[in-house]
Design a protein around this ligand. Structure first.
Ligand code: SF4
Ligand code: SF4
Ligand code: SF4
Length: 302
């Protein structure tokens, strides 16, 4: 750890809600995730936006993991990792999201003695393993034995001698590390680029192509051009803002893990045969004009 990292860690870091919160972006947002997640009554609503009461916050990190758009800024509790093994300690329980990130950072095994592997820990590991299975990854191995010194584990003195003999890279390999993440690390979709965690469905019979969803989607999942409405759900965080701001209720979401699959809905230029009004339409067949209500729309060539 460099000097600057140590200095940053020594600062008194308080959790706060950023303006990327969906409730800042639209008064229609009903996101409740951080409020619901906090077990210490430390998040209150001020002007319909979440506010963290630092005198009550215990910095457990649960709200950071609960926020779909990484809008709760803060640093997670420290985790002890030795040789890609996560040691179960009395620290705050990790969230499933955090475990999925730890896995991608190289952690493959959880080590905890009987008493430290509580039911809650086992539940988190079980849920993380279930998701890893759906993502085509290996599971975390769990060992209830205390971490044993092997020939690869060095005392500080041995490490120093070995370090001098071999190279500085040994420090990274063998020294116990205190791993800490901040909110930006919790965008789980980034770590699993071949998969999407949400299925987004558009109802073309309801959508009026107003573009409100496209403008507000932080993850740029929705793209409306002259010729198509495209949905790329890989980066979707399931924040539900598109669902909540759509005036036509044309978007629905389902939390579902699947291989990445972009969807394109073609858009056609149409013109009313009677009033000559030009429309963008999802239909390429006999649709009635909504302006004069008498004519039918036919292909428009500019
Ligand atoms: S979970 Fe995130 S997006 Fe939702 S209200 Fe809390 S800070 Fe805002
Ligand atoms: S907000 Fe709704 S109506 Fe507007 S473009 Fe998006 S899906 Fe269509
Ligand atoms: S597509 Fe909708 S639910 Fe997904 S990130 Fe964008 S606004 Fe949120």
């Amino acid at each position: 750890m460099g000097f600057l990292d140590k200095w940053v860690e020594s600062l008194d870091y308080e959790y706060e809600v950023l303006t990327s919160c969906t409730r800042y972006k639209s008064p229609r947002s009903t996101c409740q995730s951080c409020f619901d997640a906090c077990e210490h009554d430390a998040i209150t609503s001020v002007n319909n936006r979440p506010f963290i009461k630092n005198d009550k916050c215990v910095e457990c990190g649960i709200c950071i993991a609960a926020c779909p758009v990484q809008a709760v800024a803060g640093i997670f509790p420290k985790r002890t990792v030795i040789q890609n093994k996560l040691l179960v300690t009395g620290e705050h329980l990790p969230t499933v999201k955090e475990m999925l990130v730890l896995y991608k950072k190289g952690v493959s095994e959880i080590i905890g003695e009987d008493s430290s592997l509580t039911e809650s820990w086992q539940q988190v590991i079980k849920e993380a393993n279930s998701i890893l299975h759906q993502l085509g990854e290996d599971s975390f191995n769990v060992s209830d034995k205390a971490f044993e010194k092997t020939e690869e584990v060095y005392s500080r003195r041995e490490l120093f001698t070995q370090w001098k003999k071999e190279s500085q890279t040994l420090v990274k390999q063998f020294a116990p590390a205190k791993w800490r993440f901040n909110h930006k690390d919790l965008d789980v979709a980034k770590y699993y680029p071949d998969y999407q965690f949400t299925k987004i469905t558009l109802n073309p019979d309801k959508c009026t192509l107003c573009k409100a969803c496209e403008v507000l989607c932080e993850k740029k999942c929705l793209n409306i051009t002259d010729s198509s409405f495209s949905i790329a759900a890989q980066a979707c965080s399931s924040c539900r803002l598109c669902v909540e701001i759509c005036p036509e209720k044309a978007i629905s979401l389902e939390e579902k893990i699947s291989k990445v699959q972009d969807i394109h809905y073609p858009i056609y230029k149409r013109k009313c045969s009677i009033c000559n009004q030009v429309y963008d339409s999802f239909h390429d067949y006999g649709e009635k004009c909504t302006t004069c209500t008498n004519g039918f729309l036919s292909p428009y060539i500019s």
